[in-house]
Design a protein around this ligand. Structure first.
Ligand code: AMP
Ligand code: MG
Length: 414
């Protein structure tokens, strides 16, 4: 058996960062900026008011209360027609450009309307109060983002604010997903004896999407060597995919056709990883278009094993291909709240747990249910994976290493 870290190091060494592409902003979601982004524009583009109120001369309101004549009104998107002069004010709404002649804004809460065209100012304000300068968010000519920044919704907001129509990012690899097995049924028809519903492919397609890559559904392949070889060759030689994930057929069974086919057409490494679940795992490369090599992740078919080898190996590899500054999920030291007994077998056991912050400021975990490699239902409601090192187990109160699953799977108070 090979330790997980060794397997991962080998896999990651073959999964290099992909090319830089220039994409329309709307297509760059979740990708990594590959070059510094310099703003051509000031944000905000002009000085404007941060509050609803009155544009005044600070010297006119040095002694309060004082009454000023309201000579104009300006909303966001409009421009005042008159300058503010001594003894006058202009009613102004948030985001409207600062009128000429004024040097401060008094919040509407600090005023009282007097008749049709007057306002009583109740509070003095210093010069520049309430004014947002042009370029006070982003200055024209400045570097807004360095390479390595991920295009999050917030970054997308900033890039929109500076009119970045296209952005240089590390590619979004297309990852093909194939399920293998004669027993798999996907069309809703009644199950014949020996058949099961296909589930891994759907889960893996979504996991690929969630990792930020683009999932390509290559369907279910029966345990038939020609069909599998044909599908793999087509997908790679026609440039349909930049990486491949197969589910099933990599263990010791007689019908493990993935093993037979990949052994023939790809440069493969076959592993028995020192972990439970997901001991069997395969990784390799096969030629793609031109000089490219397509990484192949051969995941075991048991649903929990499939998930675990995706999470612990394939996902960090895909994220490395995407140039992610953090290819791995967040990991913390947590407290386990129950005894977890196990036997010595040379493996790290990865149990699925619910993790939550407690009032002691620590993350606490508990297993979500049965831990068999086919029992996806209890795994599906876990928000983290707990590593139980080889040995006889851990006791309630012990510290364990926990890896969070998914962006919304952070600990919740409880
Ligand atoms: P295998 O790795 O092909 O030997 O499969 C191991 C176990 O996982 C068997 O019980 C399979 O029926 C099951 N399995 C394989 N592929 C899938 C799949 N795509 N969806 C659900 N279960 C699967
Ligand atoms: Mg199979």
């Amino acid at each position: 058996m090979t330790p997980l870290d060794e397997v991962r190091a080998l896999v990651l060494s073959h999964c290099i960062r992909g090319p830089v592409v220039s994409l329309p902003l709307m297509d760059a979601r979740g990708l990594v900026l590959a070059e510094p982004v310099v703003s051509a524009e000031n944000v905000p583009p002009f000085a404007n008011t941060a509050v609803d109120g009155y544009a005044v001369r600070a010297s006119d309101v040095a002694h309060v209360p004082v009454e000023l004549r309201v000579i104009d009104e300006v909303a966001a998107g409009a421009v005042a027609q008159l300058p503010v002069s001594e003894g006058t004010a202009i009613r102004i709404m948030t985001g409207a450009p600062i009128p000429d002649g004024c040097d401060a804004i008094v919040m509407v809460e600090d005023t009282e309307r007097v008749g049709d065209d007057g306002v009583r100012i109740l509070k003095s304000v210093p010069v520049t109060s309430g004014i947002r300068d042009a370029g006070s968010d982003v200055e024209a000519g400045a570097v807004v983002f360095e390479p390595g920044v991920i295009v999050t919704p917030m970054v997308e907001g900033v890039l929109s604010s500076i009119n970045a129509r296209t952005v240089p990012v590390v590619w979004r690899p297309r990852v093909g997903v194939i399920s293998t097995g004669d027993e798999l049924v996907d069309d809703g028809s009644p199950l014949q004896k020996g058949q099961i519903r296909e589930s891994n492919r759907k889960m893996l397609l979504r996991l690929v999407d969630e990792s930020g890559a683009e999932a390509i559904d290559l369907g279910i392949i029966r345990d038939n060597e020609e069909d599998l070889e044909d599908t793999l060759r087509k997908a790679t030689s026609r440039g349909m995919v930049d990486a491949l994930i197969t589910s099933g057929g990599v263990s010791m069974g007689d019908y493990d056709v993935v093993k037979a086919v990949l052994g023939r057409i790809a440069e493969m490494h076959w592993f028995q990883i020192a972990m439970k679940p997901a001991k069997p795992f395969a990784f390799g490369t096969m030629p793609g278009v031109g000089e490219t090599m397509v990484p192949i992740f051969g995941l075991p078919g048991n649903p929990v094993s499939s998930l675990m080898s995706f999470e612990l190996i394939a996902r960090p590899a895909i994220r490395t291909m995407m140039g992610m500054p953090h290819a791995f999920r967040p990991r913390v030291t947590a407290i386990v709240d129950e005894d977890v007994n196990r036997g010595v077998d040379g493996k790290t056991h990865f149990d699925r747990v619910h993790a939550s912050w407690r009032s002691d400021g620590r993350v606490h975990v508990r297993r979500t249910g049965p831990q068999g490699s086919h029992q996806l239902a209890s795994t599906a409601v876990a928000n983290a994976i707990m590593a139980v090192p080889d040995g006889t187990g851990v006791k309630a109160g012990d510290e364990v290493t926990v890896t969070f699953l998914g962006p919304d799977a952070g600990p919740v108070a409880g």
